[in-house]
Design a protein around this ligand. Structure first.
Ligand SMILES: Cc1cc2nc3c(=O)[nH]c(=O)nc-3n(C[C@H](O)[C@H](O)[C@H](O)COP(=O)(O)OP(=O)(O)OC[C@H]3O[C@@H](n4cnc5c(N)ncnc54)[C@H](O)[C@@H]3O)c2cc1C
Length: 353
């Protein structure tokens, strides 16, 4: 049995630890802070393929949705397949998206205003037309991270920053402030910290600066049936009645880099939710800030680093949608069960130099 160290206990590291230990591999997860303490604990948690960057990315996201259902069979109660009511784009763009997704076989229903209101009675101002994506879902990424780590057979070390240790033959383990830990391979599931861990190895990984704010309200009496993706605001609700909303509309393709005045942004986000749902008196409970781990071309970076045998990367945005499929595929590849064609366009070699 070989020994794999996963650096990073966000959702990606936790999902990989879960799938990898199922193969019989010995796994140690080393986390600098607390599990889900970075992007994973501050995410909207929407699992979808209605947003994608290209056809291969769409196929990966569809596979990601199916992989989440397999995970949900193992860990029930965490995957909420509520569907999403979507009218984020309007006019010709709305119809282009509907036609593209329908042609690709993505489950959707085209709804009139009455249909939209029936799908989501909580809407104060239903749109004239909307799409219902019935298979889209949400998870609480922090809860899922903790559940995956607990269900995995991995040893989890927290509060310990580590870095990969490589000699002439490749990876020999990691260096920690407590000394070295030997391993046959190291997977960096370290999100935005990854470039800094590659640098001492003489490698670089360009990443985009994509900060995000997530707002959570105090519980409200109203019950949302769906994830809502309106032009002005995305919002979902958890089982406690709290509403979650990114401060940027259409946050998945958000390229904004300026989060100045987070208090003002929170106030404006609350006002947009209040208008969407006709809910006066909404109160923000917490606003979180996180950097999205977005590689330079926007697509995931997943797989072995050719220049350093034994070093693997799993660095990605839309990591909630993709965690389950990336974990399945990487676990299979690491244990020699063959390459996953879906990962072919995502290899580190295209960006790591
Ligand atoms: C505002 C916002 C909204 C989002 N919404 C969605 C969404 O709706 N759907 C979706 O699919 N995705 C969404 N995402 C993206 C998604 O949250 C991320 O892609 C995903 O959480 C990345 O998980 P990760 O485990 O790779 O990274 P992280 O959760 O950032 O975890 C990396 C971990 O590595 C640890 N680490 C770093 N350096 C070291 C070291 N040297 N040693 C040990 N540990 C180390 C860190 O402490 C951290 O815990 C959103 C992100 C943000 C910020």
């Amino acid at each position: 049995m070989s020994h794999t160290i996963i650096l990073g206990a966000g959702l990606i590291g936790a999902a990989l630890a879960y799938r990898l230990t199922q193969t019989g591999e010995r796994v140690t997860v080393i986390e600098a802070g607390l599990p889900a303490g970075a992007a994973s604990g501050r995410s909207f948690g929407w699992i979808n393929a209605s947003f994608s960057l290209n056809e291969a990315h769409f196929a990966l996201r569809v596979a990601g949705m199916a992989a989440h259902r397999r995970l949900a069979a193992d860990l029930p109660g965490l995957h909420h397949e509520t569907g999403c009511l979507w009218w984020e784009e309007l006019g010709p763009a709305f119809h282009a998206t509907a036609d593209r997704l329908q042609a690709a076989g993505y489950p959707l229903q085209r709804l009139t205003r009455a249909g939209a209101l029936a799908a989501e009675p909580a809407l104060a101002r239903p749109p004239d037309e909307a799409l219902l994506f019935p298979t889209e879902a949400w998870v609480d990424p922090a809860a899922l991270t903790h559940a995956l780590l607990a269900a995995s057979g991995a040893l989890v070390l927290t509060g310990l920053a580590a870095r990969p240790d490589a000699g002439d033959g490749g990876i020999c383990g990691v260096e920690t402030p407590l000394g070295p830990v030997a391993a046959d391979r190291v997977v960096l599931a370290t999100g935005t910290a990854t470039p800094g861990l590659l640098e001492p190895l003489g490698l670089s990984l360009p990443m985009l600066h994509r900060p995000g704010l997530m707002l959570r309200t105090r519980p409200v009496g109203l019950r949302l049936r769906r994830i809502l993706a309106a032009p002005e605001q995305e919002v979902r609700q958890d089982e406690t009645g709290r509403l979650y909303a990114p401060a940027a509309a259409y946050h998945q393709s958000d390229t904004g880099q300026n989060l100045a005045d987070p208090v003002g942004q929170a106030r404006e986000t609350l006002a947009r939710i209040a208008g969407l749902l006709g809910l006066p008196g909404l109160v923000a409970e917490v606003v979180t800030h996180a950097e999205r781990p977005v590689p330079g071309d926007g697509l995931p970076v997943v797989g072995p680093v050719e220049a350093v045998p034994g070093l693997w990367l799993a660095v990605l945005h839309s990591g909630v949608t993709l965690a389950a499929i990336v974990a399945e595929a990487l676990a299979a590849e690491i244990t020699g069960q063959g390459e996953e064609p879906l990962l072919a366009p995502l290899r580190p070699a295209r960006l790591v130099g």
